[in-house]
Ligand binder design. Sequence first.
Ligand SMILES: NC(=O)C1=CN([C@@H]2O[C@H](COP(=O)(O)OP(=O)(O)OC[C@H]3O[C@@H](n4cnc5c(N)ncnc54)[C@H](O)[C@@H]3O)[C@@H](O)[C@H]2O)C=CC1
Ligand SMILES: C[C@H](O)[C@@H]1OC(=O)[C@H](O)[C@@H]1O
Length: 256
Amino acid sequence: MLLPSFRLDGKKAIITGAGRGIGRALALGFSEAGAEVILCSRTKSELEQVKAEIESRGGSAAVFPMDVTSTEEIKQVVAEIYQTYHQIDILINNAGMNIRSKASDVTEDEWVRIMDTNVKSAFMMSQAVGTRMQENNGGSILSVSSVAGHVALKTGVVYAASKAAMIQMTKVLAYEWGSSGVRVNSIGPWYFETPLTKHLLEDENYLNDILAVTPLKRVGQVEELIGPALFLSSEAGSYVTGQTLFVDGGMTINGF
Ligand SMILES: NC(=O)C1=CN([C@@H]2O[C@H](COP(=O)(O)OP(=O)(O)OC[C@H]3O[C@@H](n4cnc5c(N)ncnc54)[C@H](O)[C@@H]3O)[C@@H](O)[C@H]2O)C=CC1
Ligand SMILES: C[C@H](O)[C@@H]1OC(=O)[C@H](O)[C@@H]1O
């Protein structure tokens, strides 16, 4: 059989920010691919809804509420997860947020909140899970970066810096952990319709600006991230590590 498998039967996947948006879509998709999904975010009620949705589709999920800006909580909850599952095969660092300030208006508090939520959390989760993966036959770590980490956008300099940091963190973790069988990659979405972006995409002028630089002339649907994430997290991507796959409708290649 030459075709690689996108199936995740018997695999256990931690997904942060799984209560809504991209994280919820990846949780549903990874569950459909056969994974047992471990749902982490601050809002337990949202996680319980996603768990119920997964179970209604015949899948299996668990809820572990967590504030990813707290390194102590990360260490404690990851330890609890390993007491239950003993091995984790996949980590998806998805939790993130943005405060769209002009550079001259950025406050130190905004810097800390965005950096802690977007990139410190991804590193601390990767360290907590990745060091255990190295002791248990490897695994796959996937971080959700953004095109904002690769090209200049008007969505905030701190957010952009956090997403660029995720891309470089991906390369160095892949470099350090490759020999232990831990693959580390990122995806870099352009605009997808989620609670984070809904208000932006409802602004006709803003939407037209997005479409003007998007070769596919539309924003993405969150389900369109499942395939790229599955590719990088499954045997289908077994020789891919340290990479960032931009899922962007062609936006990052747009020239003039
Ligand atoms: N929607 C889009 O167009 C794009 C989104 N992204 C990235 O995708 C990821 C998900 O974004 P969306 O689904 O759009 O956002 P969203 O706002 O719909 O969902 C974000 C998720 O992260 C969780 N979260 C936020 N802060 C947290 C914390 N301190 N602890 C635990 N969980 C926390 C929220 O509870 C929620 O479940 C983010 O990292 C975002 O930067 C990247 C490019 C484009
Ligand atoms: C494409 C960006 O990541 C997008 O820009 C925003 O303002 C949102 O925060 C999204 O993440």
